[in-house]
Design a protein around this ligand. Structure first.
Ligand SMILES: Nc1ncnc2c1ncn2[C@@H]1O[C@H](COP(=O)(O)OP(=O)(O)OP(=O)(O)O)[C@@H](O)[C@H]1O
Length: 226
């Protein structure tokens, strides 16, 4: 494998029931790069991201064939054949951030703590990481006085930044971002774009974006699904 590749998708075929969504799809994701996925609505962009960390398995009517290889610390992981017991580890390393914030019915702090609690990181230790992540997405100053309030009370744009921050505390190897600025105003969208460029030092990113200017600004590679 070329040592700058982190993910390789080969001949991916994806179906919901008998309806084929992706056909012989190929893609290579380089380490420390941003790859933008473009294509018309309904073509299969979100489904592709969900396949990469196998959240697609949550849909019982999905089925797929082909290869997705994750090059992780010298090992090659065959994602499409991963066992269910290994999925939580995979999904900590390859994190999907939905365009519809999947806020949990907890406080803002507990929403952020949730992925760390699963890893048995204690609250005191977690707090520092949580504050740091909230600052990185420009949310901390807006909410620092109400960390114990329900996360449902946050605005759409705040919720979108919250789930990005929740992904960042996991220190993922690959971030799968589905329209990461769709609920943000222009000023915040520009700040998040700059954050994504900064995040390249730490991870690789596959993102869906409908904004041409955003793709031009942040993406190193663009793959169009036709
Ligand atoms: N669980 C499912 N069962 C059946 N069909 C589905 C399922 N999830 C998605 N689809 C269909 O699969 C196709 C691809 O959906 P997907 O959400 O991946 O498209 P997309 O390119 O991300 O679209 P958009 O840009 O509008 O978000 C669509 O026709 C959608 O209706």
């Amino acid at each position: 494998m070329p040592n700058n590749t982190i993910l390789k998708i080969e001949n991916l075929n994806l179906f919901y029931d008998k309806r084929q969504i992706l056909k012989d799809f190929n893609l290579t994701l380089e380490k420390n790069s941003i790859l933008a996925i473009s294509g018309p609505s309904g073509i299969g962009k979100s489904s592709l991201l969900l396949t990469v960390n196998q959240l697609i398995k949550e849909f019982e009517n999905s089925n797929f064939s082909g290869n997705i290889i994750f090059y992780d610390e010298g090992k090659e992981l065959d994602i499409l054949n991963i066992q269910n017991k290994d999925l939580p580890t995979l999904r900590r390393k390859i994190v999907y951030v939905s365009q519809h914030p999947d806020i949990l019915p907890f406080s803002i702090f507990e929403n952020m703590y949730f992925p760390l609690k699963i890893q048995k990181i204690n609250k005191e230790q977690a707090k520092k990481q949580i504050i740091e992540a909230l600052k990185r997405v420009f949310l901390y100053d807006e909410i620092k006085d109400r960390l114990n309030d329900s996360a449902y009370l946050l605005s759409g744009g705040q919720q979108q930044r919250l789930i990005l921050a929740r992904a960042l505390v996991l220190k993922p190897k690959i971030l799968l971002l589905d329209e990461p600025t769709s609920s943000l105003n222009e000023e915040l969208a520009l700040k998040i774009e700059n954050l994504l460029i900064e995040l390249k030092k730490e991870c690789s990113i596959m993102m869906i974006s409908h904004f041409k200017s955003q793709v031009l600004k942040v993406a190193d590679f663009v793959v169009e699904i036709k």
